[in-house]
Ligand binder design. Structure first.
Ligand SMILES: Cc1cc2nc3c(=O)[nH]c(=O)nc-3n(C[C@H](O)[C@H](O)[C@H](O)COP(=O)(O)OP(=O)(O)OC[C@H]3O[C@@H](n4cnc5c(N)ncnc54)[C@H](O)[C@@H]3O)c2cc1C
Length: 378
C-alpha cells in the first residue's frame, strides 16, 4: 500500500479533464487505487473520508452499497467493508464514514493515520441493500449510530435528484453531539416537503439542550414518526439489538416483512452460508466416509494443491500458496472474487456478487466449496 502521495503525483491531476467525456471513465466492481481527498470530523468518534482518483472517474454505484478497503497495517494485509455514505449524484468522488470501535484495528487506524493525499486500495462497489433494487413511492429510513451511512446515501440521492419519493428519516443516536450529519439532515428537512426528519437521543449530557425524542425507539414513537409506516418500504441499519427491536415491533404490528430491508455491519450470515463457509457438515461426513481428493490449480501462478472434496476454495488457494484477500468471510463484501476457468463447485453467497458476474464465471472464494478438480484465474 502506498500511504504517501508525493507532490509530483498530485501535480498530474488536470481538473479540466474532469469535464471531458472522452477521457472520463466509469467505476465498476473491482480493485481500485483511490486517493483520500479530504477528512471530515463529524462527531467526537466519527470521521468521513472522501476519495477520488487522479484521472477522471465517475463513481456510479447504487445508494446503500459498500466498498471493502484493503490496507497494510503493521506488515499485515487487512480488509474491512464500509458503506459509501455519499451519493452518486456527486460522482467525481465517494465517501465513507467510519466510527471508532474501541479496540478495533482498522477503524482506529483510519482515524489516526489516513490523511488527505494518501492512496489506498478499495474493492467494490457491491451490495443488495440499496434503494435502486427496491423501488418505492414512500419509504421509512430507520438508523442507529453509524448505521446511518447507507440510508444517508439513499436520502442524499433522492434529495439531490429531486425525486418525488416520500421519505421519513428517523435516526437514533446516543446523545445530541453524536448525531452524524446533523446539520445536513436539518438542511434537507427545511428544503423539501418530502423529507421528514426525526432524531431520537438515548440520553442528554449536562449542558446539552434537546427537544427531540428521548430514549430508545419504541412502537409509540414509531407511530408518531410515521403513522403510515405499514404502507412504507423500510430500510433499516444499526446495531444488532436496535435492528432486532425494529423487526420485533414490525412483526408484532403485522407489517409485511417483504418490504423490510436491513444491513448488518457485523456479518450475520444465513445458516446455509455458515454451513458452506465453515463446512460444518463436512466434519461429520469425513468421519463416516473416506475422503476424496481433487486438484485445485492456478495456471497463471503455476500453483496447485490437492484438497478434499468439500474444501473451502479460499483455504484451498492458501494451501496452493495463493493468498486471495478476503474481508467478511461470508460472501457479503465481494473482496475474494475469482474466476473459475473450469470445475465443479458450489457457492452459497450473501449478496456480494451479482447474477451477471456469476454468469461470467466469477465466484466468491470464501463461500465456495470445491466439488471437483478446478482451475482458477486469479
Ligand atoms: C457491509 C458492511 C458495511 C459497513 N459499513 C460501515 C460504515 O459505514 N461505518 C463503520 O464505521 N463501519 C462499517 N462497517 C463495520 C466495519 O467493517 C468494521 O467491522 C468496523 O469498523 C470495526 O473494524 P475494526 O477493524 O476497527 O475492528 P476489529 O479489529 O475488527 O475489532 C472489532 C471488535 O472486536 C474486538 N476484538 C478484536 N480482536 C479481538 C480479539 N482477539 N479478542 C477479543 N476481541 C477482539 C475489538 O476490540 C472490537 O471491539 C461495515 C461492515 C459491513 C460488513
Amino acid at each position: 500500500m502506498e500511504n504517501e502521495v508525493s507532490v509530483s503525483d498530485l501535480s498530474v491531476i488536470n481538473t479540466s479533464d474532469f469535464m471531458n467525456p472522452m477521457v472520463t471513465q466509469i467505476w465498476s466492481n473491482g480493485r481500485h487505487q483511490v486517493r483520500c481527498a479530504k477528512v471530515i470530523y463529524e462527531t467526537p468518534d466519527v470521521c468521513t473520508f472522501t476519495f477520488s482518483m487522479n484521472q477522471p472517474v465517475l463513481f456510479f454505484f447504487k445508494p446503500g452499497q459498500f466498498v471493502t478497503l484493503e490496507l497494510e497495517i503493521d506488515g499485515e494485509r487487512v480488509m474491512r467493508s464500509y458503506t459509501i455514505s455519499s451519493s452518486p449524484s456527486i460522482p467525481y468522488s465517494f465517501s465513507i464514514t467510519v466510527k471508532r470501535v474501541p479496540g478495533g484495528l482498522v477503524s482506529n487506524w483510519l482515524h489516526d493515520n489516513l490523511r488527505s493525499g494518501d492512496s489506498i486500495a478499495v474493492h467494490g462497489p457491491v451490495g443488495d441493500f440499496n434503494c435502486l433494487d427496491h423501488p418505492a413511492e414512500k419509504v421509512l429510513f430507520l438508523s442507529g449510530g453509524v448505521g446511518i451511512t447507507p440510508v444517508m446515501s439513499m436520502a442524499r440521492w433522492w434529495f439531490d435528484t429531486d425525486s418525488p419519493v416520500d421519505m421519513v428519516f428517523a435516526h437514533s443516536a446516543r446523545t445530541p453531539r453524536d448525531i452524524i450529519y446533523a446539520r445536513e439532515l436539518e438542511y434537507m428537512s427545511t428544503r423539501v416537503e418530502n423529507f421528514k426528519l426525526h432524531t431520537i437521543c438515548e440520553r442528554t449530557e449536562i449542558g446539552q439542550a434537546w427537544d427531540g425524542y428521548r430514549g430508545l425507539l419504541n412502537i409509540n414513537m414509531l407511530k408518531l414518526v410515521a403513522e403510515d409506516f405499514m404502507e412504507r418500504e423500510i430500510f433499516c441499519c444499526g446495531p444488532a439489538p436496535y435492528m432486532a427491536n425494529v423487526r420485533d415491533m414490525l412483526i408484532a404490528e403485522g407489517y409485511d416483512m417483504s418490504h423490510y430491508h436491513e444491513e448488518s455491519f457485523f456479518a450475520t450470515p444465513k445458516e446455509d452460508v455458515i454451513a458452506a463457509v465453515k463446512n460444518a457438515d463436512l466434519a461429520e461426513l469425513e468421519e463416516s466416509q473416506p475422503k476424496q481428493f481433487v486438484m485445485v490449480s492456478f495456471p497463471e501462478e503455476g500453483a496447485s494443491a490437492e484438497v478434499a472434496i468439500g474444501s473451502n476454495l479460499n483455504e484451498a488457494a492458501a494451501e496452493a500458496g495463493v493468498i486471495i484477500p478476503k474481508a467478511c468471510g461470508v460472501g457479503v463484501c465481494g473482496a475474494c472474487r475469482v474466476k473459475v476457468l473450469g470445475g465443479d463447485h458450489e457457492m452459497v453467497h450473501n449478496g456480494g456478487i451479482t447474477e451477471e458476474e456469476i454468469l461470467e464465471g466469477y465466484v466468491l472464494s470464501c463461500c465456495t466449496a470445491v466439488q471437483g478438480a478446478m482451475e482458477i484465474d486469479y
